[in-house]
Each structure stands twice: as C-alpha cells, then as structure tokens.
Design a protein around this ligand. Structure first.
Ligand code: ADP
Ligand code: MG
Length: 244
C-alpha cells in the first residue's frame, strides 16, 4: 500500500456564518492524481488553501506525510515547502526574469547557493520547454508560458505534493493544451497531485481519482470511469451533463 501523503479528517471551515467545508474526509496516497471537480462556490479552492494553510481551518485534522499539522506546534513555512501550489493567475514576480522567478524561493527560503539553484532551475525550465526563455521577463510570455514557469517555480522547492487551482482557467483555449501536457508529464513521473479543474477530458485521462464537491461536501468519489460514466448521485449526473 502506498504511503499516505495527505489525510484529512472532519475538516470544517467557515467564513463568518457561511460553512464552506463540512466535515471533509479524504486520503491521498503517494503518486495519486486527484481531480477535484464541482460547481463554482462548492469549496474546492478553500479545501486546497486549507491543505497548505493559506486558510485556517476551524476544526478537524490535516495530516501531511503522517504528521498532524497544527499552527500551534508547526512552522507552517516548513510544511508549505513540501506542498507546491499553482494558481489560476500565475502570480509571477513581474520585475524578475523567468530564471530569477524560479530560483527566488530556493535561494531565499532554502538558502540554496545561487549556482546550484540556477542549474536546477535550468533543468526545470528545460522540462517545461522554456529553457530559451530564462532571461526574459514574464510580460514577454504568453499565458501558457507563464503558467509553465509557475509550475517550474513551484517544482524548484522540490515539493512532495503539488496543488493546482484551475491552472488553465485564465488561458486562451489554444494555450490550455501545453499546460495540461506539462501536468500530465508530472503525473507520469509519480508526483502526488490535487488538481481543481474543469478540463474533464484531461481529468478522465490523467486522474486516478475524481472527487466531486457539492456545497462543502465531497459528495461522490471514485475512478474517472465510475464518476463520469456511472455516477451514483443525481447531483453528480446533473453537474456533468452541464459540462459537456
Ligand atoms: P470554489 O473554488 O469551489 O468555487 P471557494 O472555495 O472559492 O469555491 O468558495 C466557497 C465559498 O466560500 C463561496 O461561497 C465563497 O464565496 C466563499 N468564500 C471563499 N473565500 C472566502 C473568503 N475569504 N471570505 C468569505 N467567503 C469566502
Ligand atoms: Mg475556486
């Protein structure tokens, strides 16, 4: 049985009176690729943000690689180093070149030497197909290229887990494929990944598991075949019939 990378028990999160996550339970094993799907406002982003403590949970357990993480007893910055995150809006540093963006966290946070960080960054840029853009500023890149840099930048911290929050939603349709391909390659290398996405054909092809979220619950979960072809819940059925 593969190692448990993320285990969540009875996770609750509210914003004021609005309960956004309701007793979420989930377990994600090493090299699992989970696509988190569901309508807008169902709590997908909040769930990802709770996992790396960008949002503070109200109650419940978050166990990362076997260790129950609490802000009172853990340095959250160290926990975050294990978990890379890629957002819809890239969030690259505009005043830094591509290479500078990728080496920033390893050099500043992990105190890796600049030479080593540069070597590793170039290898990552090669991997995402952007070796030739190392010295360019983000403003000169297409959205798809920016997102691939954002992925390289997250990987530069050597995370064990990658979280993606609608990484292709802000892209022109013709640029979506190159980013999905990069993510697919990462999945094939065995990265543990949670991906919030509306790209259902990608999810079907790449995900080991699909989690369908509805109103703060994981209403249904299973393999892509189970969830897409044979959903048990009427809500799941309705959601997918609205997606195609
Ligand atoms: P999804 O990513 O599935 O679209 P979100 O997790 O972004 O859903 O949001 C779930 C619910 O929580 C929505 O009703 C949203 O308006 C609300 N919400 C999210 N973030 C905040 C916040 N920082 N403050 C108040 N409400 C929020
Ligand atoms: Mg969201």
């Amino acid at each position: 049985m593969a190692r448990e990378m993320i285990k969540i028990e009875k996770l609750n999160k509210s914003f004021g009176d609005l309960q956004v996550l309701k007793n979420i339970d989930m377990t994600i094993h090493e090299s699992d690729v989970v696509c988190l799907v569901g309508s807008s406002g169902s709590g997908k982003s909040t769930l990802l943000r709770c996992i790396n403590y960008l949002e503070k949970k109200n109650s419940g357990k978050i166990i990362i690689e076997g260790e129950q993480i609490e802000t009172s007893t853990h340095n959250i910055n160290e926990v975050r180093q294990k978990i890379g995150m890629v957002f819809q809006h890239f969030n690259l540093f505009p005043h830094m070149t591509v290479l500078e963006n990728v080496i920033e966290a390893p050099v500043q946070v992990k105190k890796v030497s600049k030479d080593t960080a540069k070597k590793e960054a170039m290898a990552l840029l090669r991997k995402v197909g952007l070796e030739d853009k190392a010295d360019v500023y983000p403003s000169k890149l297409s959205g798809g290229q920016k997102q691939r840099v954002a992925i390289a930048r997250a990987l530069a911290m050597k995370p064990d887990i990658m979280l993606f929050d609608e990484p292709t939603s802000a892209l022109d349709p013709e640029l979506v494929g190159e980013v999905l391909l990069t993510m697919k390659e990462l999945a094939e290398e065995g990265m543990t990944m949670i991906i919030v996405t509306h790209e259902m054909s990608f999810a079907r092809e790449v995900a080991d598991w699909i989690f369908f979220m509805h109103e703060g619950n994981i209403l249904e979960r299973g393999t892509p075949e189970q969830i897409f072809d044979n959903p048990k819940e009427e809500r799941t059925r309705e959601f997918f019939s609205s997606q195609f």
